[in-house]
Design a protein around this ligand. Structure first.
Ligand code: SF4
Length: 353
């Protein structure tokens, strides 16, 4: 590895050179094109429950919020999965708050088993710092990617935002990615929540964490996502708002450091931001996201406003998103080609309706 975030990215450099950023953006664009071609992978989040025992102050699901709570029943999970499957999605990100309860854990495993049965080709799970045993059960049920954000690597800031529950244990959380790898996950997604701590601090720490995985687990594919704090019910803005320009510089730096690494982008970002970043360094994106349990098949239910984790900023449909990207010569694909090749199956593209 020849580049590091620190050498590439003197965030405190004064004056800031737009010219240098443009050159780096151009290199990042070429690297992304060379490694990933003109296709962008699409995934869709599915929220299973908004109960949570943690108290992240920036999150609508935090246990101190008095808003409506809901955990989907197995038949509701199936209904949601069928709904998004019929819409053409084959990569689902299952999301739930952390609840340390056996019945709840069984439901999480069942949600993965249902996704597998329905035919999802890629199943990512974002269920927090779960136990080794639960990781194994999720793997056995068909999960293939473990998603966990450290949120911030800055320990003092971390303490301030995570005041209760298992997530308040910084060290337990930071070791969870490695535990997931040891449990058998071959794909992991790491990230920080932009806005909680100075971005140069978090970017450098995240770089170290990714480098550690790369050096110690050569057969694990790691990917990256840096969501930025967005308004949430009862939530707060971060102490260090991440500007558009620093956000872009950070993502460019990570692309230059890890040319082969998938970088994900959520619907938290505005359409113009997404279109710009997709042309530079993003390889996977979520589309048509709902951040409340049961948000897809019952999307007219007004309770969803109260159930959701955060507000999204890009409300475009899949067709609108595809049309927007087509203007730049990109296409969206809902299938994980690498998984198909690994299985020895080549079925052709799954066209989105
Ligand atoms: S960010 Fe995750 S762990 Fe924290 S309160 Fe929200 S759902 Fe719970």
């Amino acid at each position: 590895m020849s580049k590091t975030v620190s050498t590439l990215f003197p965030f405190d450099k004064d004056p800031f050179s737009l010219e240098q950023m443009e050159q780096e953006a151009d290199q990042a664009r070429l690297l992304t094109l060379e490694r990933f071609g003109k296709s962008k992978g699409v995934y869709i989040p599915l929220y299973i429950s908004n109960f949570c025992e943690n108290s992240c102050t920036y999150c609508g699901f935090n246990k101190n919020n008095t808003h409506l709570r809901k955990t989907l029943l197995p038949k509701e999970i199936e209904q949601e999965l069928l709904y998004i499957y019929k819409r053409g999605y084959r990569h689902v990100l299952l999301v739930a708050g952390e609840v340390n309860n056996e019945k709840y854990h069984k439901l999480l495993v069942e949600s993965v088993a249902l996704a597998t049965r329905i035919g999802m080709q890629a199943i990512s799970v974002e269920f927090g710092s779960i136990s080794d045993q639960l990781m194994l059960e999720l793997l056995n049920a068909g999960a293939d990617c473990f998603v966990l954000y450290q949120e911030t690597y800055h320990q003092e800031q971390y303490k301030k935002y995570h005041t209760a529950g298992r997530k308040s244990d910084y060290h337990y959380r930071i070791h969870s990615i490695e535990r997931a790898i040891k449990a058998g996950f071959k794909k992991v997604t790491l990230g920080i929540l932009g806005g909680l701590a100075p971005i140069d601090y978090d970017a450098k720490a995240l770089f170290e964490h990714l480098s550690f995985i790369k050096q110690n687990y050569w057969d694990v594919q790691f990917s990256l996502s840096i969501p930025r704090i967005n308004s949430a019910e009862g939530g707060i803005a971060g102490d260090f708002p991440l500007s558009d320009i620093d956000f872009t510089r950070t993502l460019i730096a990570f692309r230059l450091c890890f040319p082969e690494m998938p970088i994900l982008l959520s619907t938290r970002e505005r359409p113009e931001m997404r279109d710009g970043l997709l042309r530079i360094c993003i390889t996977h994106l979520s589309v048509e996201s709902m951040t409340a349990p049961g948000g897809y098949s019952n999307s007219n239910d007004c309770a969803h406003e109260e159930l959701k984790q955060f507000n999204i900023s890009d409300h475009r449909s899949f067709a609108e998103m595809a049309a927007s990207l087509a203007r730049f010569g990109f296409d969206l694909h809902t299938k994980d080609w690498q998984m198909e090749l690994n299985k020895g199956v080549f079925l052709g593209n799954s066209n989105h309706p």
